[in-house]
Design a binder for this molecule. Sequence first.
Ligand code: CUA
Length: 151
Amino acid sequence: KDEKIWLTLSFGMIMIFMLVTGYQTFALEMGPPSNMETIDPQKVDQTPPFDNPGIKQIGENEYEVVMTLQIFSFTPANIEVPAGSTVHFIMTSKDVTHGFQVAGTNLNAMVMPGHIQRITQKFDKAGEYLVLCNEYCGAGHQLMGTTITVK
Ligand code: CUA
Protein backbone atom coordinates (compact mmCIF):
# COMPACT_ATOMS: atom_id res chain seq x y z
CA LYS A 1 0.00 0.00 0.00
CA ASP A 2 2.85 2.36 0.91
CA GLU A 3 4.39 1.77 -2.50
CA LYS A 4 1.29 3.02 -4.24
CA ILE A 5 1.32 6.25 -2.27
CA TRP A 6 4.97 6.86 -3.13
CA LEU A 7 4.37 6.06 -6.77
CA THR A 8 1.45 8.49 -6.87
CA LEU A 9 3.46 11.13 -5.08
CA SER A 10 6.49 10.85 -7.34
CA PHE A 11 4.27 10.80 -10.40
CA GLY A 12 2.60 13.96 -9.11
CA MET A 13 5.99 15.59 -8.54
CA ILE A 14 7.07 14.74 -12.08
CA MET A 15 3.86 16.19 -13.47
CA ILE A 16 4.33 19.42 -11.51
CA PHE A 17 7.95 19.65 -12.61
CA MET A 18 6.98 19.14 -16.24
CA LEU A 19 4.24 21.74 -16.01
CA VAL A 20 6.62 24.31 -14.50
CA THR A 21 9.34 23.62 -17.07
CA GLY A 22 6.82 23.65 -19.86
CA TYR A 23 5.38 26.93 -18.70
CA GLN A 24 8.83 28.52 -18.39
CA THR A 25 9.78 27.42 -21.90
CA PHE A 26 6.47 28.69 -23.19
CA ALA A 27 6.86 32.03 -21.40
CA LEU A 28 10.41 32.46 -22.70
CA GLU A 29 9.47 31.58 -26.24
CA MET A 30 6.62 34.01 -26.11
CA GLY A 31 9.35 36.60 -26.23
CA PRO A 32 9.71 39.94 -24.54
CA PRO A 33 8.30 40.96 -21.19
CA SER A 34 4.72 42.12 -21.38
CA ASN A 35 5.67 45.69 -20.42
CA MET A 36 7.28 46.15 -23.84
CA GLU A 37 5.35 48.57 -26.06
CA THR A 38 3.61 47.00 -29.01
CA ILE A 39 2.95 48.25 -32.52
CA ASP A 40 1.09 46.88 -35.53
CA PRO A 41 3.92 45.65 -37.78
CA GLN A 42 1.74 46.19 -40.86
CA LYS A 43 1.33 49.87 -40.05
CA VAL A 44 4.82 50.93 -39.00
CA ASP A 45 5.02 53.62 -41.70
CA GLN A 46 1.81 55.22 -40.45
CA THR A 47 2.51 54.92 -36.72
CA PRO A 48 4.32 57.75 -34.93
CA PRO A 49 7.20 58.11 -34.37
CA PHE A 50 8.03 55.59 -37.12
CA ASP A 51 6.15 57.59 -39.76
CA ASN A 52 9.17 59.89 -39.61
CA PRO A 53 12.34 57.84 -38.97
CA GLY A 54 15.55 59.78 -38.55
CA ILE A 55 17.85 61.48 -36.11
CA LYS A 56 16.72 64.43 -34.03
CA GLN A 57 18.61 66.54 -31.49
CA ILE A 58 16.63 66.66 -28.26
CA GLY A 59 19.17 68.20 -25.88
CA GLU A 60 22.61 69.73 -25.71
CA ASN A 61 24.40 66.42 -26.16
CA GLU A 62 21.37 64.28 -26.64
CA TYR A 63 19.88 62.75 -29.73
CA GLU A 64 16.93 60.57 -30.53
CA VAL A 65 17.12 58.08 -33.36
CA VAL A 66 13.83 56.67 -34.60
CA MET A 67 14.80 53.63 -36.60
CA THR A 68 13.09 50.89 -38.57
CA LEU A 69 14.78 47.62 -39.37
CA GLN A 70 13.73 45.63 -42.39
CA ILE A 71 15.24 43.04 -44.70
CA PHE A 72 18.08 43.91 -45.10
CA SER A 73 18.65 47.47 -43.94
CA PHE A 74 18.52 50.04 -41.17
CA THR A 75 16.55 53.28 -41.69
CA PRO A 76 18.13 55.78 -41.20
CA ALA A 77 21.52 54.41 -42.24
CA ASN A 78 24.93 56.00 -41.62
CA ILE A 79 24.05 58.05 -38.56
CA GLU A 80 26.44 60.79 -37.43
CA VAL A 81 26.63 62.28 -33.95
CA PRO A 82 29.20 64.45 -32.17
CA ALA A 83 31.51 62.76 -29.63
CA GLY A 84 30.04 62.79 -26.15
CA SER A 85 26.48 62.36 -27.37
CA THR A 86 23.89 60.30 -25.61
CA VAL A 87 21.73 58.61 -28.19
CA HIS A 88 18.29 57.20 -27.49
CA PHE A 89 17.36 54.58 -30.06
CA ILE A 90 13.68 53.81 -30.63
CA MET A 91 13.40 50.84 -32.94
CA THR A 92 10.98 48.41 -34.46
CA SER A 93 11.03 45.85 -37.25
CA LYS A 94 8.81 45.98 -40.31
CA ASP A 95 9.08 42.27 -41.05
CA VAL A 96 11.05 39.64 -39.15
CA THR A 97 13.20 39.66 -36.01
CA HIS A 98 16.47 41.52 -36.51
CA GLY A 99 19.37 42.30 -34.25
CA PHE A 100 20.97 45.64 -33.51
CA GLN A 101 24.56 45.21 -32.41
CA VAL A 102 27.09 48.02 -32.38
CA ALA A 103 30.70 46.84 -32.46
CA GLY A 104 32.90 48.35 -29.77
CA THR A 105 29.96 49.07 -27.43
CA ASN A 106 27.64 47.05 -25.21
CA LEU A 107 24.76 47.81 -27.53
CA ASN A 108 23.08 44.57 -28.46
CA ALA A 109 19.33 44.36 -28.81
CA MET A 110 16.72 42.23 -30.47
CA VAL A 111 14.30 44.15 -32.65
CA MET A 112 11.07 42.27 -33.22
CA PRO A 113 8.09 43.02 -35.40
CA GLY A 114 5.17 44.16 -33.27
CA HIS A 115 7.40 45.55 -30.53
CA ILE A 116 9.17 48.80 -29.81
CA GLN A 117 12.72 48.52 -28.54
CA ARG A 118 14.23 51.45 -26.64
CA ILE A 119 17.91 51.53 -25.84
CA THR A 120 20.27 54.34 -24.86
CA GLN A 121 23.99 54.63 -25.47
CA LYS A 122 26.57 57.33 -24.84
CA PHE A 123 29.24 57.65 -27.53
CA ASP A 124 32.37 59.16 -26.02
CA LYS A 125 35.05 58.05 -28.44
CA ALA A 126 35.17 59.38 -31.97
CA GLY A 127 35.24 56.80 -34.69
CA GLU A 128 33.18 54.78 -37.06
CA TYR A 129 31.09 52.16 -35.33
CA LEU A 130 29.91 49.17 -37.27
CA VAL A 131 26.23 48.31 -36.81
CA LEU A 132 25.29 44.72 -37.55
CA CYS A 133 22.20 42.59 -37.55
CA ASN A 134 22.98 39.62 -35.34
CA GLU A 135 19.73 37.69 -35.75
CA TYR A 136 19.46 35.48 -38.81
CA CYS A 137 16.79 37.16 -40.92
CA GLY A 138 17.09 35.61 -44.35
CA ALA A 139 19.31 35.30 -47.41
CA GLY A 140 20.68 38.84 -47.11
CA HIS A 141 21.36 38.72 -43.38
CA GLN A 142 25.15 38.91 -43.80
CA LEU A 143 24.76 42.10 -45.78
CA MET A 144 22.59 43.85 -43.22
CA GLY A 145 24.76 46.50 -41.66
CA THR A 146 25.39 50.21 -41.43
CA THR A 147 27.56 52.64 -39.45
CA ILE A 148 27.35 55.19 -36.69
CA THR A 149 29.97 57.88 -37.09
CA VAL A 150 31.05 59.74 -33.97
CA LYS A 151 32.98 62.92 -34.75
CU1 CUA B 1 18.43 41.43 -40.17
CU2 CUA B 1 19.85 39.56 -39.85
